[in-house]
Design a protein. Structure first.
Length: 365
């Protein structure tokens, strides 16, 4: 089943000879079977008798069906498990042509699944997503023998992949060359830990093999032991609608910004008391926000594209385990990024700033 990306338009076209209008019925669901009734019914008249094409963009109607809170820790320690239904939406589109008020069902229906990713302009319209929802490349994660491997800031992360029966995900230990295979026994989008259980010290190469045993995707996941700073974890929904993880391994700095409304207070009596009347200018509606500036540490060339996806993400969380053990919702304050290369820059470090997505004072009503 094709997987489409709901942050870019997904166009349904109806162009039938003699039509005076058209209609679509859109069925959406995350669990169970297709609903009996459509969630949305949309209709249009043709623009003109010499231009009968009608178009419907169904992508905006999908977004309310996702549930993004935080990345699921379990996804880093389990392998070959179905992706959470919070992140994927099934759809069926029934198409009708209208001729003078009479609707006729057209076949076949348009079916597939959506994830909350996007395509780029040069990739064209109605892009079908690639099988592995992570770009090829080399990725780094924090390794510290003193941190339990089940703890959030020790997990390498996960990746999602669309599997067909008989396809294989293969792990190869970067030190011992030992391998571990997972062969799909059912089709669908599956989650896999980036690092095989017990190999955190060494890291591994991960490959996807098709049913003909040909390698069609490769990535490496390597450990980094940071001896000085406390690494901070950023999780975000990438361009394919899948959770991704970046470790910011070097120095971080927090900043607090406070704002308030002010008013001028009249004295209680004249002559006034400069020491007891509390001054002239008072503040109210005082609020504060916190931000944090992070550094990746030394990375390779492909991190520029990875960080671009982070800047464009609508769902980002931050885990600073030594500060608190929560996955804090954040927004990326950094609005521009110079894409560095080893040729031009030599050693490459990226510095990004994040705003915590809530006020310091709880004012939720």
């Amino acid at each position: 089943m094709s997987i489409n990306l709901s942050r870019s338009p997904f166009i349904i076209e109806i162009d039938e000879t003699g039509q005076t209008g058209s209609k679509i019925e859109l069925f959406l669901w995350t669990t169970g079977s297709q609903p009996a009734s459509p969630q949305y019914t949309l209709s249009k008249k043709i623009p003109a008798t010499n231009n009968i094409n009608t178009y419907y963009d169904i992508a905006p109607y999908v977004k309310e069906y996702y549930t993004f809170g935080k990345w699921d820790n379990d996804a880093a320690i389990y392998f070959d498990v179905d992706i959470s239904t919070n992140y994927i939406v099934n759809y069926v589109v029934k198409k009708y042509k209208e001729v003078s008020g009479t609707y006729t069902l057209l076949t076949p229906n348009v079916t597939g699944q959506f994830m909350n990713g996007y395509s780029e302009y040069m990739e064209g319209q109605n892009r079908v997503m690639q099988d592995v929802l992570l770009d090829e490349g080399t990725y780094f994660y924090n390794y510290d023998a003193d941190i339990p491997t089940s703890q959030g800031n020790a997990l390498a992360g996960s990746f999602d992949v669309e599997m067909e029966v008989g396809e294989t995900i293969r792990y190869t230990n970067l030190s011992t060359a030992a391998t571990q295979d997972y062969v799909a026994t059912s089709a669908g989008v599956k989650s896999f830990g980036r690092v095989y259980t017990g190999w955190n010290l060494y890291g591994n190469k991960v490959e996807k093999l098709n049913t003909g045993s040909n390698v069609i995707w490769t990535a490496k996941f390597k450990p980094v032991c940071e001896p000085k700073y406390k690494p901070v974890v950023i999780d975000f929904v990438n361009k394919y609608g899948s959770w991704s993880r970046i470790y910011f391994l070097k120095a971080n700095k927090r900043n607090v910004t406070v704002k308030a409304d002010k008013y001028k207070l009249n004295p209680q009596a004249l002559p006034y008391s400069p020491t007891q009347d509390g001054g002239q200018i008072h503040e109210f509606n005082k609020t504060g926000n916190e931000s944090i500036r992070l550094n990746t540490g030394w990375v390779n060339d492909n991190y520029a594209e990875y960080l671009q996806q982070l800047l464009l993400s609508e769902n980002v969380t931050l885990l600073d385990y030594d500060y608190n053990q929560f996955y804090n919702p954040v927004n990326v304050q950094t609005q521009s990024l110079e894409k560095q290369t080893g040729l031009n820059n030599g050693m490459m470090n990226y510095e990004l700033t994040f705003d915590f997505a809530y006020d310091l004072i709880n004012n939720v009503v």
